[in-house]
Design a protein around this ligand. Sequence first.
Ligand code: AMP
Ligand code: GLY
Length: 435
Amino acid sequence: MRIALIGSGAREHIIAERLATEDNELFSIMPKKNPAIAMLSKKYWVCDTNNQEAVVDCLKNEDIDVGFASPDATLAAGISDALEKIGILVASPTKAAARIEWDKEFMRSLMTRHKLAGSPKYHLVTDMDEAKSALKELEEVAIKPLGLTGGKGVRVTGDHLHSEQDAITYLNELLRKDGKALIEEKIEGEEFSLQAFCDGSRIATMPPVQDHKRAFEKDLGANTGGMGSYSTGKLLPFIEEKDIEHATKIMQSVVHSMKKDGTPFRGVLYGQFMVCKDGVRLIEFNARFGDPEAMNVLALLQNDLSDIFLSITDEKLETPQFKDACTVVKYIVPEGYPDKAIADSPVNVDIEKIEHNGGKVYFASVYEKDGKVYTTGSRAFATLGVSEQLEEAEMIAEECCKYVTGKIWHRRDIGTKELIEKKVEHIRKIRRNIG
Ligand code: AMP
Ligand code: GLY
């Protein structure tokens, strides 16, 4: 198969690795040259991946069989639709279907309209009076802009908002900028990500993963795109089978509702859930693989990813099988990340040592110039450890970080026994309190 992949992060690096098999040829389009993806590709282009014309120009004479647009902004720019228009089968959602991610108002109102359970209480506000009355009713809140913010736009009571005045100041900022904001009830619990392949009707879930959004160790600091993640390949240590069943049901019913509404979802649907005192709540949907979560699940996928993509386009979803193993991913970020990340700083990666150590490294927001690799203002590399034991997977991922050098840092605590035990205890406490 001749497969086109749009995107250039660590998530796309592992997607590229899984697509570039002996039977396939990979054609990549990237906003900046990711040297690792370029190496896996038969041909690659560097252009504005959110520009339909530019992407179509690259691919129109390449006789592509299947296309996959990966990042959120690219999906919101309608790149899947543009590929479809030139006769390519597409395994990523159309702009209309990806709206589930790029418009939080659409997502919440879809769930309300179809009477789907699982949302926190919420108010969509358009002025300060509405905002103040929502704050009064909900007390502890999560305040969100409606559009895409790379995971960085949400502020939560107690974490980022320390008084009513903080909430009002942030709401003022959002109302001035967008004219609207979402105020949700703050859910107390632990988060997990559930990703699923969808063919418009059916879904096939992947192992649940826990990402770590906060910038600093002990889950402190600003929200980021995600600093690292772990999975046991089955349940997470703090969730039960019934939590996964509940989350799967929410995802399946959203996919049914989207089909009914005439915007079927074909691609990868990502549900971000919070397990709380009385079940699970849906925090948000993404219309794509998670980043870093893609690395946790694709490392274990036993099927050929291109076959799954083709089965999505045929609406005959192939059931994915996953190896029974634990995975830990650690993101290496530039010094100063997330607020004042040092860009254009050279980094050295010793891939041989990393692989000798039993791990992998995926290239994220870096670029190559004159044979050297440089940081941008975003996450730079991800290391991956896979093992039957979570502790060992963590040790491998951590050890691999030693072989990436430059003005960079990473969270050492992700996937460690100590941090995971804290999460298990957190849920135990929340659930004990309701007796
Ligand atoms: P989002 O961009 O919607 O993924 O939100 C970013 C982060 O904000 C999430 O990973 C949560 O940690 C937090 N968050 C979002 N919504 C809520 C909520 N309703 N209650 C508590 N925390 C939330
Ligand atoms: N890891 C969170 C995301 O991909 O949005």
